[in-house]
Design a protein around this ligand. Structure first.
Ligand SMILES: [Zn+2]
Length: 276
């Protein structure tokens, strides 16, 4: 994996394995902001060491793009030294999805030894963001934009207007397909992306949660793909079609893997039936 890349003015991107997670640093005159903390304290300490090596001083603020483990389970490392920001839905999402999942993994550490789950302490951000919020880093403004339900119910986009850069978490993915994971909203997700892309201009840099930076065209293509899935689920639910049939048809229409679509359709049907 390459080292930090300055992908826009004083915005540094580094892609970490496992999972090809995009981690970003945003530098202002008075603050150094980290976006996302990876899967566990060991991995977060690695980010801190790699950031220190840049010589910009300490990380003073941390932002989570959403609550999923690969973006927030390293939070505890920064809790004592930085201000942590995240979507206001994170406490509820942690309680419903991440805490039970972590307990499961911690009960059988031998199953995934590469992740060091035993050291993870779920750490809710100290500042919960429920409306568009500006952070002043010193001669630089960063906007935190909490979204409605989409990839999760905790999606938060980081916009750096002076650098025409958007850090969007897994609302957009480049190195893999969109993930309909725990707490996803497949029916609403395309509308969130559409609203987001309407604020973007040609030439803007978009950093996805996993993979290489993309542009507004890529975001619009992903919106169309997500919308095919959402529309397909709605139509099929209205016709009471069995899940296998919908999955098969959507696989043909979108090129997405059946395992991805299975999660989307199951979740979509559950939401439409009102049993989520
Ligand atoms: Zn992710």
């Amino acid at each position: 994996m390459p080292l930090w890349t300055e992908i826009a003015d004083r915005i540094y991107l580094r892609r970490y394995d496992p999972l090809d997670i995009s981690v970003a640093l945003i530098r202002g005159d008075n603050d150094l902001v980290l976006v996302d903390t990876r899967c566990n304290p060991r991995e977060a300490e690695e980010i801190r060491a790699d950031a220190t090596a840049l010589g910009f001083g300490d990380i003073t603020r941390v932002v989570n793009t959403h609550a999923h483990y690969d973006h927030s389970f390293g939070n505890s490392v920064f809790a004592g030294s930085a201000v942590l920001y995240g979507h206001a839905g994170i406490p509820a999402h942690f309680a419903t999805f991440e805490a039970p999942r972590l307990a499961d993994w911690q009960s059988d550490p031998a199953a995934q030894p590469q992740y060091d789950w035993r050291d993870v302490t779920l750490t809710v951000p100290s500042v919960l963001v429920d409306e568009d919020t500006e952070l002043d880093l010193g001669n630089r403004i960063v906007r935190l934009l909490p979204l409605g339900p989409g990839h999760t119910d905790t999606d938060l986009v980081v916009h750096i207007p002076d650098a025409h850069t958007w850090i969007v978490g897994d609302v957009i993915e480049e190195s893999g397909p969109p993930m309909y994971g725990s707490g996803s909203f497949p029916l609403d997700w395309p509308d969130q992306v559409l609203a987001l892309s309407s604020g973007m201009r040609d030439g803007d840099v978009v950093i996805p949660g996993h993979g290489a930076p993309v542009d507004r065209n890529f975001v619009e293509r992903q919106e169309r793909s997500l919308r095919k899935v959402a529309d397909g689920i709605r139509e099929s639910f209205a016709r009471s079609e069995p899940l296998e049939l919908v999955i098969d048809r959507l696989a043909g229409a979108t090129g997405l893997a059946e395992s991805i679509l299975e999660a989307a359709v199951y979740r979509g049907y559950t939401l439409l039936a009102g049993t989520a």
